[in-house]
Design a protein around this ligand. Structure first.
Ligand SMILES: Cc1cc2nc3c(=O)[nH]c(=O)nc-3n(C[C@H](O)[C@H](O)[C@H](O)COP(=O)(O)O)c2cc1C
Length: 361
């Protein structure tokens, strides 16, 4: 990756999906989760000399809201230098509005690239022909990609599902995106109708990889570092995109890097978990103020998911209103310790780490 800095602009990393180091590791966009504070945390836990640094995808924002001048939405796209490279995801169904939003965000915050949400199954999104509904509108999807490409030189990627109701829809749809000039595709191997039921079909992703000419990232059910390596092997994709597996588990990318480098990943001890939670909380309250303690509770739930003996602490953490209270509970936990030193079931060293399991949202 080259770096370049136009005068008066923040240091932006030059991104090219074709030449980016393989395999690509990506933090998948998650609404209310992959904000600046979380993306900074993902980078914070990486060794600075890691060979495979993750690319972070920030949560989707409404192109409509950005172009209407909604300052809260535009602020959601601001970037801390430590997060780069970051890809900003947009949702919308009007090619003109999507292009306008790209211009506005690029001028304001200079992300390294944009991603289009064509996979979200949530009713309030698909109801307006956004998200996965675009998989039923290939011509409109093409117009959106073309309109965005026309206003920027930054890479434009697209996140899709296997299909709306038929998992074979992704084959024709990916072709359509390629023809429109999309630079990369991420596929979640479930249909919109499936939601989060069943499993992400990694064999289908493998078949898609054999038919596309642009880089493809596999997504869905990659919840531990060993599963990431397995997904890369099974699908033959250019990389993996990880969503829920990174929640409360930002170390997943460091652990994948270690496995890819032939090293045994370090166990995430309780001490390390608490150190990173405190740092994440610090980033979070920097972004949202002291009341961020309340919005941070969702992260605390994830940090202690699948950890034996953490439940009583979790219950207490969920009533905290001040950073000092969170610290006090974490310090007490560190002092008393947890079973198995707080080994998470998602740690690469856990006996279950190579088993695909259902994970709730
Ligand atoms: C809380 C949450 C929010 C999400 N928000 C987005 C989003 O903003 N844009 C998007 O394309 N996908 C979104 N997704 C979908 C994920 O990026 C990913 O495709 C899906 O969770 C499957 O991957 P996983 O098994 O690694 O979680 C979201 C998922 C979760 C759990």
């Amino acid at each position: 990756m080259n770096t370049g800095q136009a005068q008066g602009q923040p240091l932006r990393i030059s991104m090219n999906w074709n030449t980016h180091k393989r395999p690509i590791l990506a933090l998948s966009p998650m609404a209310d989760m992959t904000d600046s504070a979380f993306c900074r945390t993902v980078r914070f836990v990486m060794d600075s000399n890691a060979v495979h640094m993750p690319v972070v995808f920030r949560e989707m924002v409404s192109a409509e809201a950005v172009t209407r001048g909604n300052s809260r939405t535009l602020n959601m796209t601001s970037i801390h230098p430590d997060e780069r490279p970051i890809i900003q995801q947009l949702f919308g169904s009007s090619p003109e509005v999507m292009a306008e939003a790209v211009k506005k965000i690029e001028a304001e915050h200079h992300p390294e690239g944009f991603d289009i949400n064509m996979g979200c199954p949530v009713y309030k999104i698909v109801n307006n022909f956004n998200g996965a509904a675009l998989m039923k509108e290939p011509e409109l999807a093409q117009q959106i990609v073309r309109a965005m490409k026309a206003v920027t030189t930054l890479p434009i990627s697209v996140k899709i599902r296997a299909g709306w109701d038929d998992p074979n829809q992704c084959f024709a749809f990916a072709k359509v995106l390629e023809q429109a000039g999309a630079d990369m595709i991420t596929i979640h191997g479930r249909t919109k109708i499936q939601g989060y039921s069943g499993t992400s079909d990694w064999d289908l992703i493998k078949q898609l990889k054999q038919t596309v000419t642009i880089p493809l990232l596999a997504n869905g059910d990659i919840h531990t570092a060993p599963l990431a390596v397995e997904a890369l092997n099974v699908t033959g994709c250019d990389g993996v995109s990880i969503a829920r597996g990174a929640l409360g588990n930002p170390w997943i990318f460091k652990q994948i890097n270690d496995l890819l480098e032939g090293k045994t990943p370090e166990i995430i001890t309780l001490t390390e978990r608490i150190r990173v939670i405190k740092q994440h909380l610090n980033f979070h309250t920097e972004e949202y103020g002291e009341m961020g303690v309340i919005t941070f509770r969702k992260h605390l739930s994830w940090y202690f998911r699948g950890i034996d003996g953490a439940k009583p602490y979790k219950l207490r953490l969920h009533t905290t209103l001040a950073v000092s209270e969170v610290h006090a509970i974490l310090d007490e936990m560190a002092e008393k310790g947890l079973e198995n030193d707080g080994l998470s079931s998602r740690d690469a060293n856990h006996p279950q780490a190579s088993t695909r399991t259902q994970m709730s949202k």
